[in-house]
Write a protein that binds this ligand. Structure first.
Ligand code: SF4
Ligand code: SF4
Length: 414
């Protein structure tokens, strides 16, 4: 949708500046262009044709973390992150799109096997030192101008992905529900331990659990403004999610969960896919939400007492309103002493693949998070999004903190 159609929404910004205090980018840079008020002023100037669409817009349009913190602190609740997505989409149409993104979003993400092969190639490159050579030759910049530095974020890849161990299909459980388990790409490739834990939890809650043969939910292309690619991915997923086989569809990636709940916004109301998207959204549950609503069985209660704290993924807290639930779960685990993390709902700086293009900014945002983590004295940092797990693990490693980062599912099994 063209940004011009949102002129009235953009004009609701009264320039009060209350968003400044909540914006991780503004708090890092102090630049007005990085805060919602500045971003909205830019969009207004574009619509009023006081400035032109050109490559210089890439920086201001793409430095937003899309965390939504500004909207939560804004009296008129201007949805700046959503407006930025529309502006990015128009930017791609008017100024041009990256060939690499086109290849990734349209030819790799729809096929989980291709994505796993690509990840395997990166892992082999890292282990063998080939990526260092490619880096030295400047070849890796095609993955993002800051890729050479961002590559250090992932120290090593797990030996096997979840899907290499667990094939799609139905497994029996001891509960009552018919569950579809949507396996996010990040969970599959980077957090297989969390995925295995999730499957064990789902088998307690479900009579049947179908490990779905889903592809990427579509969030990565949307964040880069490629709605066409996101729609194609959603359509592919809806073909399996719209079946009436499930009482609930569950994912342990809060980013996937939030985006799957937004599937109806991808299609016009008179589009036949809109109804299927609505049906999918209604049955969609974040794992945390399902466990909390069923009074599930978070049972890990053995071992030495551990001090734990919790980081709210933006897509869990603001994306789905899941704030109370993860804390209740953690407080119910006898093995944990829970301590609240200051600014727990501030973005960690991960924001998908943000660091590939904005490494320094991403580090600044992460540093603030790590200051708070260190202050809690916790030795376990819990969250519910693979992208956050990757970024927080990097932060802990950089600081040399004696902290293990894990997915909440890993704590809910004995
Ligand atoms: S808080 Fe909202 S209304 Fe106030 S300047 Fe920021 S975006 Fe505009
Ligand atoms: S969405 Fe987040 S990063 Fe973007 S302007 Fe709002 S607070 Fe700042």
């Amino acid at each position: 949708m063209e940004i011009e159609k949102h002129y009235d929404e953009i004009a609701r910004c009264n320039r009060c500046g209350f968003c400044q205090v909540a914006c991780p980018v503004f708090r890092s840079t102090g630049h007005e262009a990085g805060v919602a008020r500045g971003r909205l002023a830019l969009l207004r100037a574009l619509i009023e044709k006081r400035i032109e669409w050109n490559r210089e817009l890439e920086e201001p349009l793409f430095t937003c973390l899309l965390c939504g913190a500004c909207t939560a602190n804004c009296f008129p609740a201007v949805a700046t992150a959503d407006l930025m997505l529309d502006a990015r989409s128009e930017y791609l149409d008017r100024v041009g799109r990256s060939k690499l993104h086109k290849l990734l979003f349209r030819h790799i993400l729809p096929h989980p096997r291709r994505l796993r092969l690509a990840a395997r190639a990166v892992a082999i490159g890292k282990r063998s030192g080939l990526s260092n050579l490619a880096q030295a030759l400047g070849l890796l910049r095609i993955f993002g101008r800051d890729f050479p530095r961002a590559a250090e974020i992932v120290e090593r890849f797990p030996e096997k992905t979840f899907r290499e161990e667990v094939k799609p299909g139905v497994v029996r459980g001891t509960g009552d529900l018919r569950i579809g388990y949507f396996v996010g790409c990040g969970t599959d490739i980077m957090c297989p331990v969390a995925a295995r834990a999730t499957l064990r939890i789902l088998r307690k809650l479900g009579r049947t659990v179908r490990v779905l043969e889903n592809c990427c939910c579509g969030l990565p292309p949307v964040t880069y403004g490629d709605r066409t690619a996101a729609r194609a991915l959603a359509e592919k997923n809806l073909a399996i999610l719209a079946e009436d086989e499930f009482d609930v569809i569950v994912t342990d990636c809060s980013s996937c969960a939030a985006f799957l709940k937004k599937y109806p916004t991808l299609f016009d109301e008179d589009d036949p896919r809109h109804e299927a998207a609505k049906a999918c959204a209604q049955r969609m549950r974040d794992l945390v939400e399902l466990v909390a609503s069923t009074g599930g069985s978070p049972s890990a209660g053995q071992g030495e007492k551990v001090v734990a704290t919790y980081h709210d993924p933006c897509h869990a807290s603001r994306g789905q309103g899941l704030v109370r639930q993860p804390r209740e779960i953690l407080r119910s685990l006898p093995v944990l002493e829970y301590r609240e993390l200051p600014e727990a709902d501030w973005c960690c700086g991960g924001a998908g693949s943000y660091a590939l293009y904005h490494y320094d900014l991403s580090r600044q945002v992460l540093d603030r998070k790590m200051d708070h983590v260190a202050r809690t004295g916790a030795n376990l940092l819990v969250t519910s999004c693979p992208a956050c797990i990757i970024h927080l693990t990097f932060g802990v490693r950089q600081r040399g903190l004696p902290v293990r980062v894990c997915h909440i599912s890993e704590l809910m099994v004995d």
